[in-house]
Design a protein around this ligand. Structure first.
Ligand code: ATP
Length: 211
């Protein structure tokens, strides 16, 4: 039976959410046939354990501010409310139970491809979902043993596939935005206006006061 809906789930640290996240997704939303996008801020990303990030509250607030007037987007607290490291497989198991007849499509930037074989329970993830890969880097390589999973968007089923989204690349990163804020450089063009205000008002990403 074909899925009743295709739902995109966009996981990340979102520290902060920026134009690269939103515009890359926006460019492919219709072509992918998604009904909505669920932004899924991670409590702790498995590959960023021990890396300091802004609070879950701030990251959630910025994701909401950047998307709340666009009915295609929602922001989930599911990973933020889970105590442990945020594994995609656990999130997908929960979503699968909540929406048994939806196709779940986990969205990643192509900078994640090289690490994909290290994701926890990757085989199970492929039973639960497709991956939709956004173009981000000039050269990103898919590990060769996964290449048989690559399929055109129109030909994909409800799970098990890797689809390259073919969006225009948008060279924005959260790392660069945090660096710019800390250095007092212009950063406002890279984030939603409301996110820029939130960062300034809450003094995020500024170097620590030595006093
Ligand atoms: P950081 O620089 O702190 O590592 P980031 O900019 O990569 O952050 P994340 O929140 O870690 O942002 O990214 C969440 C997801 O969005 C990841 O899959 C990442 O590859 C993807 N992504 C981030 N920026 C872009 C972009 N400019 N174009 C396409 N995908 C992106």
């Amino acid at each position: 039976m074909p899925p009743s809906e295709r739902v995109a789930i966009y996981g990340g640290t979102f520290d902060p959410i920026h134009r690269g996240h939103i515009e890359a997704l926006d460019a492919v939303f219709d072509r992918m046939g998604w009904s909505r996008v669920v932004l899924m801020p991670a409590r702790v990303q498995p590959f960023k354990v021990g890396v300091r990030s802004s609070s879950a509250f701030d990251r959630y607030a910025m994701a909401v501010l950047a998307t709340h007037d666009d009915p295609r987007f929602e922001v989930s607290k599911l990973e933020l409310e889970r105590e442990a490291v945020s594994y995609t497989v656990d999130t997908l198991e929960e979503l699968r139970e909540a929406c048994p007849d939806h196709a779940l499509e986990w969205v990643i930037g192509d900078d994640n491809l090289a690490m994909l074989p290290k994701w926890k329970s990757l085989d199970r993830i492929f039973e639960l979902a497709n991956f939709v890969v956004l173009a981000r880097e000039a050269s990103a390589e898919l590990p060769s043993h996964l290449s048989s999973r690559v399929i055109a968007a129109e030909a994909r089923g409800a799970s098990g596939a890797i689809v390259f989204a073919g969006n225009p690349r948008i060279e924005v990163s959260a790392t660069d935005i945090r660096r710019r804020v800390a250095a007092g450089e212009h950063f406002e063009d890279f984030v939603d206006r409301r996110v820029a205000e939130y960062i300034s008002r809450n003094r995020l990403y500024l170097p620590e006061d030595p006093s």
